[in-house]
Design a protein around this ligand. Structure first.
Ligand SMILES: [Fe+2]
Ligand SMILES: [Fe+2]
Length: 266
């Protein structure tokens, strides 16, 4: 069973309305103009989509941050590139990142919800949910929501954490992979406070106990692997448009192991 994981394409652009100068978007637009647009190459997202269509994994996973400030035009750029996946017969599991939930503005929220609808066969409001695909149970959670000007923090709400804990209390029939935007394992919670996740303590314990086998996440733009010899643990493919990296994760049932391969598109 093969999974392709990619993350954080961060399409961007200018302010799409005047209000953008008065809410958090001005920070994101400024950041995009002077930093992100030199770091992220959206043509690499197209390469990732082509690679997925050619390789035909059993499932593709995108762990968020399709956009830079969550504006409809930014979602449209990413969707335009990713739409061929929807008609390909390859299931896509997408969760929004903090940049996709940047502000409370209704049109931004609707654009995010529409992106889930267009790309996946579930709705944003269905999260958290479990989907069984092939030999794996995927636990799909949202941890992103609008925050104040200086924060990029995520929150695993109590109801989401309870959902995961309750699900994992049932007899384990298949390996479990959790899909979220933020890394669950945080080694520097104080140093990285502004970018970290809260509320995930019980779910991290499940990952350490291997009640959950693998966590796939984004948010950190450099790829990383915190996995043991059987491939269990936490893995991020990094930002596809910043590093040109995606990941292939293979579950080898006979050996009960996961193999992670980092693929470079550049
Ligand atoms: Fe990101
Ligand atoms: Fe993020």
């Amino acid at each position: 069973m093969k999974i392709i994981h990619f993350s954080d394409p961060h399409a961007g652009g200018g302010a799409e309305d005047l209000l953008a100068y008065f809410d958090k978007r001005w920070v994101g637009v400024f950041n995009y103009r002077f930093r992100r647009r030199f770091q992220h190459d959206l043509s690499l997202l197209r390469k990732a989509v082509d690679y997925i269509l050619k390789t035909r994994p059993d499932v593709a996973v995108c762990t968020g941050d399709l956009t830079s400030t969550g504006q409809p035009g930014e979602f449209e750029q990413s969707l335009e590139i990713m739409k061929p996946l929807r008609g390909s017969g390859i299931p896509l599991l997408y969760v929004p990142g903090n940049h996709d939930c940047y502000v409370r503005l209704r049109k931004c929220r609707e654009a995010m919800e529409n992106s889930v609808r267009v790309l996946c066969d579930y709705e944003f409001n269905d999260l958290p949910l479990v989907k069984t695909i092939g030999e794996i149970d995927f636990i799909i959670v949202n941890e992103s929501r609008p925050t104040n000007l200086l924060s990029s923090r995520g929150l695993m709400t109590k109801s989401t954490s309870d959902f995961v804990v309750n699900y994992c209390a049932s007899p384990k029939e298949r390996p479990r992979i959790i899909i979220g935007h933020y890394p669950l394992i945080e080694e520097h919670p104080l140093l990285r406070y502004r970018h970290s996740l809260g509320g995930q303590r019980k779910v991290v314990a499940l990952l350490h106990e291997q009640q959950i086998d693998v966590s796939l996440c984004g948010h950190i733009h450099q790829p990383f692997a915190k996995i043991d010899a059987s491939g269990r643990g936490e893995y991020s493919s990094g930002s596809v448009t910043r590093n040109g990296t995606i990941a292939e994760i293979e579950f080898i049932k006979e050996k009960n192991i996961f193999k992670h391969h980092q693929i470079s598109l550049v």
